[in-house]
Design a protein around this ligand. Structure first.
Ligand code: 5AD
Ligand code: SF4
Length: 480
């Protein structure tokens, strides 16, 4: 089915039980309530969604915004709004702390605006201790929901608008995927596309499988139809999203591999660039490398989280590959796609990490020569196997290792970036430069950022750009 027109929904009937029709019914109902409230307060109600964390959350926020817009809120990007939603992350402890810190500020906003509503959703809400704490000490929050029932936002919004108490709805897990709900994209010309939800890997340090549930793949037809619709709406670049895209389709009947899905996406006329995130080294197939090498649309970029270069720790982390296997993958990728950019995630200070383990990580990092890397200090997440380990590493040792790693990552990244200086690259212009209004900012195929003289009319178009100067992790360019 396609998107429904809310004005054609008969609210005198009871709510349908089937999805997504049920949510469209609640959108129509919420629209009535929001219009009434807007009349009462004398202005169109405003709403702001603030996203913490990864691209998956960013895409979820676009779904929330799609519903908010449908029901009549004016979307704003500041938190002095009538409705503020925090879509939270919990992958590391500091993500949680950030949310608690900012809730204090939201409380003071709410004191000034009695109509204000506050909602919290996302990964952090899937942790029972968090919800307990909110119930005890953050009573001013109006609505709390989790990752599995985000599709129900319209229904929960109606509940919350009718209630003066905290509405809480958290599910432990789900096997449901609800299609065809509205989405409000941040960018007109590029979009994330979920291909799967959840994660089955249970890396020993990681909370994601506990808060995002078991792996579920969307049907290929649904994904392809969504992308076709996006392309018809002006999208030129898609980012296929999943915690481990390389295991896409394993729970589908009939099974479909990620490489097969990519081949189908590649055929969609009008689509110009395909990216994907994230690949797990244990499932990266030769078939995928071959598809990437033969495609003109799949970007020459592979984000391949290493986490650690120590075989002993890789095993403890439950990663299911060795440093040798990882290096072999890098070699295969570079052989098949010589100009591929390889980026990674690395954790420093995993419990029990010795200097020798750390040097193994440094060694792999030097051997690979990453284009860039996200480096993280290990963060203890309650409920994960690693949290129970006693040999946590002292802060000063971790900090020292972290700085040494960062230095190598920075040096190699710069070296690789500089090797492109002087070349001409196809760049998709994404936005005006945030510091200098005479410049626009875009991305190369390999995901590097380029700033160049230009104006707003270029946003969403591809231009050929000569990379004049390399500034470490970005370039200053000139249109040719
Ligand atoms: N501590 C630090 N980093 C973590 N990551 C996941 N869990 C933790 C943790 N407990 C990192 C991994 C992953 C990235 C998204 O976040 O490197 O690839
Ligand atoms: Fe976390 Fe590992 Fe799943 Fe990635 S693959 S989300 S690191 S458990």
């Amino acid at each position: 089915m396609e998107f429904m027109n809310l004005d054609e929904i008969d609210l005198s009937l009871s709510a349908p039980t089937e999805e997504p029709m049920r949510q469209y019914y609640y959108m129509a109902l919420a629209k009535k309530k929001v219009a009434e409230l807007s009349r009462q307060v004398g202005h169109t109600l405003t709403a702001c969604v603030t996203t913490f964390g990864c691209q998956m959350n960013a895409r979820d926020s676009e779904k929330l915004q799609g519903i908010l817009k449908q029901v009549g809120y004016e979307l704003v990007d500041h938190e002095e709004a009538d409705f503020v939603i925090y879509n939270t992350c919990t992958v590391r402890e500091n993500a949680n702390n950030k949310v608690y810190g900012r809730l204090g500020y939201l409380h003071s906003q709410k004191d000034k605006n009695p109509h204000m509503m506050i909602a919290l959703c996302g990964c952090m809400m899937q942790e029972p201790e968090v919800v307990e704490k909110l119930q005890e000490s953050y009573r001013f929050v109006d609505l709390i929901f989790g990752t599995h029932n985000l599709y129900k936002f319209a229904e929960l919004l109606c509940d919350s608008l009718d209630s003066d108490r905290m509405v809480i709805d958290i599910w432990k897990d789900t096997d449901l995927i609800v299609e065809n709900l509205p989405v409000e994209r941040k960018y007109a010309f590029k979009s994330g596309v979920n291909i799967m939800f959840g994660c089955n890997n249970f890396c020993s340090y990681c909370i994601v499988p506990y808060v995002r549930g078991r792996e579920r793949s969307r049907k290929p037809q649904e994904i392809l139809r969504e992308i076709e619709r996006l392309v018809a709406d002006g999208v030129k670049e898609v980012m296929l999203l999943g915690q481990n895209v390389n295991s896409y389709g394993k729970n589908l009947d009939p099974q479909v591999s990620f490489a097969e899905l990519l081949q189908e996406v590649d055929k969609i006329p009008g689509l110009e660039r395909i990216r994907f995130m994230t690949s797990h080294p244990k499932d990266l197939s030769d078939e995928l490398i071959a598809v990437m090498a033969s495609s003109k649309k799949i970007c020459h970029h592979m984000h391949l989280p290493l986490q650690t270069g120590s075989n002993r720790l890789l095993q403890e982390m439950n990663r299911h590959y060795t440093r040798e296997h990882y290096l072999e993958l890098v070699e295969k990728l570079r052989r098949a796609i010589p100009d591929i950019a390889i980026t990674t995630d690395i954790i420093v200070g995993y419990p029990g990490e010795t200097e020798e383990d750390f040097l193994d990580t440094m060694d792999v990092v030097e051997k690979v020569g990453y284009d860039s890397a996200f480096t993280f200090i290990y963060s203890k997440r309650t409920g994960t196997p690693a949290a129970k380990k006693e040999d946590q590493i002292p802060e000063d040792v971790v900090k020292d290792r972290f700085d040494r790693l960062l230095e190598v990552v920075r040096r190699d990244g710069q070296k690789r970036a500089e090797s492109y200086t002087g070349s001409v690259q196809r760049v998709l212009i994404e936005q005006m430069n945030e510091q200098d209004e005479a410049l626009v900012t875009g991305r190369m195929d390999n995901n590097s950022v380029v700033h160049l003289p230009g104006d707003a009319s270029m946003i969403g178009t591809f231009v050929d750009v000569k990379l004049v100067e390399c500034k470490g992790f970005y370039y200053i360019g000139q249109r040719v």
